[in-house]
Write a protein that binds this ligand. Structure first.
Ligand code: NAD
Ligand code: GLY
Length: 364
């Protein structure tokens, strides 16, 4: 597989996204993005046995000093307490402002490490080495970093762009099926919101993606990262276009909150949420019922849920009212004008939204 390099263009904070196979231990590439020969690799106890030794030894071979920090695995550890344990280890090891952090893992590790880098000694550099599909196509790119607060997910964070993203497709071979599907939800999202041609390619190629075929995965990661890089370059801090990346997410967050985080994976909740948003778009006459069926069929083939849990329109509306996308008291939703063309709207019909939520069939 040929290695591809994309660029996130943000003036002095621009950085490359390198996509390939077997590149996780490309020490030359990593060394070229360090400010000193000192790195802190943050990972977890699931990912460490898979990839840490390889990364550590290749860095040591080129004279880089490595401090490895292994965190417990899970969203429930994306907390202040875990973050503090990272700071404890770095301060004890006398890491200074020239140290570079490396996030080796999924989105939980990437978000927490990025936030540690944003705040350690007022900010140091970091590199993302995402090892889940979701992290390769979404969370490692764009500089949103965060930890959770007991009162809300990702509520404490910062925008802090990485210096380099290395998406090694080979790492996805060990990913559980359900996690792969959750990442595919975000891949399908890019097709739905901004690239009808990519959506059609996904319809042709979904079986190869589900079978974890490397060439198909590499192409899906490349197009997804290209879409995300374009949006982030245009709107780094989510003043406008970046909000389109939240297609399905307002509904999805309501599902995650009601069911309890971890019951449904984020990508699963987003899948059901994208269908609710598409149904609302259809009810408003913007897309056809056939387009909604195309989206449902694609999500279904990816192994994702196509029916949202039925916990009542009233409760959905209440939870959606707490979303970060609420602006000056008004709920805004990402809707579709067509497959491949999304827009942000505060002007949707509230009656139609209520009907879409009321129409969710009762759970078995
Ligand atoms: P995750 O980080 O929890 O990873 C999922 C599971 O896969 C974990 O158990 C992990 O240890 C395991 N894993 C990782 N790589 C593996 C591999 N190669 N083989 C086998 N197992 C592996 O979850 P995720 O879906 O990667 O990320 C979700 C997180 O990302 C959430 O916290 C979410 O808030 C965040 N997120 C952030 C952004 C952003 O823009 N910053 C965007 C989307 C999601
Ligand atoms: N995942 C949404 C964003 O990066 O803006």
């Amino acid at each position: 597989m040929q290695t591809q390099t994309l660029k996130v263009s943000l003036d002095a904070r621009s950085y490359p996204i390198v996509i390939g196979s077997g590149i996780i231990d490309d020490s030359k590439l990593i060394a070229a993005h360090l400010t000193s020969a000192r790195v802190v690799v943050v990972t977890n106890d699931t990912v460490a046995p898979l990839f840490l030794e390889r990364l550590e030894s290749s860095l040591r071979e080129v004279g880089v000093d490595v401090l490895a920090i292994k965190l417990p695995d899970g969203e429930q550890h994306k907390t202040w307490l875990t973050l503090n344990s990272v700071f404890d280890a770095m301060l004890a090891a006398r890491c200074d402002r020239t140290t570079t952090m490396i996030a080796l893992g999924g989105g939980v590790i990437g978000d927490l490490t990025g936030f540690a880098a944003a705040t350690y000694q007022r900010g140091i550099g970091y590199i993302q080495i995402p090892t889940t599909l979701l992290a390769q196509v979404d969370s490692s790119v764009g500089g949103k970093t965060a930890i959770n607060h007991p009162l809300g997910k990702n509520m404490i964070g910062a925008f802090h762009q990485p210096r380099l993203v290395i998406a090694d497709i080979a790492t996805l071979a060990t990913l559980p099926e359900r996690e792969l599907a959750a990442g595919l939800a975000e891949v399908i999202k890019y097709g739905a919101i901004m690239d009808a041609g990519f959506f059609a390619w996904l319809e042709d190629s979904m079986d190869r993606l589900v079978a974890c075929e490397p060439e198909a995965l590499a192409y899906a990661v490349e197009v997804s990262c290209r879409c995300k890089a374009q949006i982030v370059a245009a709107d780094e801090r989510e003043a406008g276009a970046r909000a389109l990346l939240n297609f399905g997410h307002t509904f999805g967050h309501a599902i995650e909150t009601e069911l309890g985080y971890g019951e449904w994976l984020h990508g699963e909740a987003v899948a059901a949420g994208m269908l609710l948003a598409a149904s609302l778009s259809a009810r408003q006459g913007e897309i056809s019922d056939q387009d909604v069926s195309r989206l449902a069929a694609l999500l279904n083939r990816a192994g994702l849920p196509t029916k949202a849990p039925a916990f009542g329109a009233k409760r959905y509306l209440e939870l959606m009212g707490h979303d970060k996308k609420v602006h000056q008291g008004k709920l805004r939703l990402v809707l579709l004008k067509a497959i491949g063309q999304a827009y942000l709207s505060a002007e949707f019909s509230e009656e139609e939204l209520t009907r879409v939520l009321q129409d969710i069939p009762a759970d078995d």
